[in-house]
Design a protein around this ligand. Structure first.
Ligand SMILES: *[C@@H]1O[C@H](CO)[C@@H](O)[C@H](O)[C@H]1NC(C)=O
Length: 196
């Protein structure tokens, strides 16, 4: 009986498919989610919401009618759900902060690389979403940007094509949804740190 109760949580971890870490790269959080991390995440969300209303970015496209395209390379929604019952048997104390932060870090990096490569001749993205994204990554996810200048040069300042605008719309909508999840997770981790 003792053995069983010792190994039962580990067994659940093995059996529960949501906890698959095989895709994760070692990008761990810097440490505590501070007040400023909560602030940076909120700023990012509000900048994304704002940029989605900039019709000039989506000329010829009704962005509100497009599908949401989520980053499917991470498991943020499932691993960052505290006390979620999708994976029965898990209590909030078994929520893996590290796994959640690793997935968020990968999301942020994915969206940074995507957005930095978009044509942005009128600077709709650079001083808004990209800037707040960079601040969140650098201050809360130990991320530095070695290839910053290279990335900037790669994004030619040519006017965007229809396909580029369509893709930008869908990906930004996905980023918006994901950033709501990220805000909840960072808020949850932040509040947990307050009570510990
Ligand atoms: C980004 O969002 C923050 C918070 O709402 C706002 O203060 C800031 O002006 C926004 N940045 C830009 C450039 O829109």
């Amino acid at each position: 009986f003792l053995l069983l109760s010792l190994y039962f949580p580990a067994l659940l971890l093995l059996l529960c498919p949501l906890w698959d870490v095989s895709q994760s790269l070692p990008v761990t959080g810097k440490g505590p989610m501070t007040d400023s991390c909560v602030f940076y995440a909120k700023t990012l969300l509000s900048n994304i919401t704002d940029v989605l209303t900039q019709n000039q970015l989506f000329t010829g496209i009704d962005c509100t009618k497009q599908n949401v395209e989520l980053n499917m390379n991470t498991n943020t929604a499932s691993v960052c759900a505290p006390g979620d019952s999708t994976c029965s048997g898990f209590t909030p104390s078994q929520f893996s902060q590290e796994l959640c932060l690793t997935n968020i870090g990968e999301d942020l990096r994915y969206y940074y690389q995507f957005l930095a490569a978009q044509p942005d001749p009128d600077s709709f993205l650079g001083p808004t979403v990209l800037l707040s994204l960079k601040e969140l990554m650098e201050n809360c996810f130990s991320w530095s940007l070695p290839a910053d200048s290279a990335l900037k040069k790669a994004s030619a300042d040519h006017p965007s094509t229809y396909d580029e605008r369509l893709s930008l719309c869908k990906v930004l909508k996905g980023f918006h949804v994901r950033t709501i999840t990220i805000n909840r997770a960072i808020g949850f981790i932040h509040s947990g740190e307050d009570t510990n």
